[in-house]
Design a protein around this ligand. Structure first.
Ligand SMILES: [Fe+2]
Length: 336
């Protein structure tokens, strides 16, 4: 029942009830059916099949404008289609969580990202700060939370670009696309520690295998890892950035990766260095760090609180950098 009809029917029922109250009091209780459509905004759609937000470097008990960014994500999700949220790491400052019962789950996540529109799946990766306590507690929390969905320290997902999936179920024979997006979630902090060489070697083998064996229906390959290969922030030439750059670019080139999405730098960036895929950085979920303008391979850089919003179909991929005040700071569309 549509909301208008529900209100009308309820009003008529109330009038009728007042007239026949003596009779109705003899009958059983009235059952009112409240359709779930009445409780949620109407389905938000645009021309794209898949939408997600990307946020990084956020868990600071609401401080450093974390709460303001979270509020804007909630508003954005209420007025734009959105399927899930990707967290690009440094989920909990200063030193990760000690267990799946750590109060920081409440102070830095559940009680911050409270909007109805953010009660969707969250797919996280681990950052360097997350490694300071029990990293696997972030995996175990997936069994407690409806929305936190982290099956392993590194993992992958193939997500359908069939935006009419519901319609297909209701209408057998409706047009069906098999197009997909591959998301590869990495655990990059161990790359910076020589004593974790065996773990990294195993992860690199997995990365190559996952990218090379993606299904033929995959139209976009997006790799997510906390540490960027390129940045125009304070780590432009530091050990972290240069170390990531030793290994990943060749693997990405060999396997035609479209996007590497990171955090670690507390800003919003889109970089297109020669010989590398599109490097996006969405690490402005709370504290900010500076960016340098004028670097030739930078399409966009901003030291502003905010997040990124991706819209994807088989041939187009649109990215918006959204400020905590709702302003679209930058927008670009990649085409196949
Ligand atoms: Fe970091």
């Amino acid at each position: 029942m549509e909301r208008r009809d529900f209100v009308k029917n309820t009003a008529l029922a109330a009038i009728g009830a007042s007239i026949i109250a003596p009779l109705s009091s003899l009958a059983g209780p009235t059952v009112t059916h409240f359709d779930s459509k009445d409780l949620s905004p109407s389905a938000l759609k645009d021309d794209y099949a898949l939408h997600f937000m990307a946020l990084g470097d956020w868990g600071r008990n609401g401080e450093y404008d974390q709460s303001q960014v979270a509020a804007q994500m909630g508003l954005w999700g209420a007025s734009h289609p959105n399927n899930f949220v990707i967290s690009v790491g440094d989920n909990f400052y200063p030193k990760g969580v000690v267990s799946e019962e750590d109060p920081l789950w409440h102070y830095s996540f559940e009680n911050i990202y409270t909007a109805h529109s953010l009660q969707c799946d969250w797919y996280p990766v681990l950052g360097n700060h997350d490694w300071h306590s029990d990293v696997d507690a972030q995996i175990r929390y997936s069994k407690i939370s409806r929305r936190w969905d982290m099956p392993a320290r590194y993992y992958s997902k193939e997500v359908s670009l069939n935006k009419d999936a519901d319609k297909e179920i209701k209408t057998p024979g409706a047009p069906k696309t098999k197009d997909k997006v591959l998301f590869v979630m990495m655990d990059t902090d161990p790359f910076l520690h020589e004593d974790k060489a065996d773990y990294v070697e195993k992860q690199i083998a997995w990365l190559k295998d996952t990218l090379a064996n993606a299904s033929a229906d995959v139209k976009w390959k997006i790799v997510i890892g906390h540490h960027p290969c390129y940045t125009v922030g304070p780590r432009i030439n530091n050990y972290d950035t240069l170390t990531m750059r030793k290994t990943l670019p060749q693997i990405f080139a060999d396997n035609k990766v479209d996007i590497y999405l990171s955090g670690h730098e507390h800003s919003l960036q889109h970089l297109t260095p020669d010989g590398f895929c599109h490097q996006f950085i969405s690490g402005a979920g709370s504290e900010l760090t500076k960016v340098t303008s004028g670097i030739p391979y930078s399409k966009f850089e901003a030291s502003e609180h905010g997040f990124m919003y991706f819209s994807v179909d088989a041939k187009r991929l649109n990215v918006k950098a959204v400020s905590y005040n709702g302003a679209v700071l930058y927008e670009t569309t990649l085409n196949k």
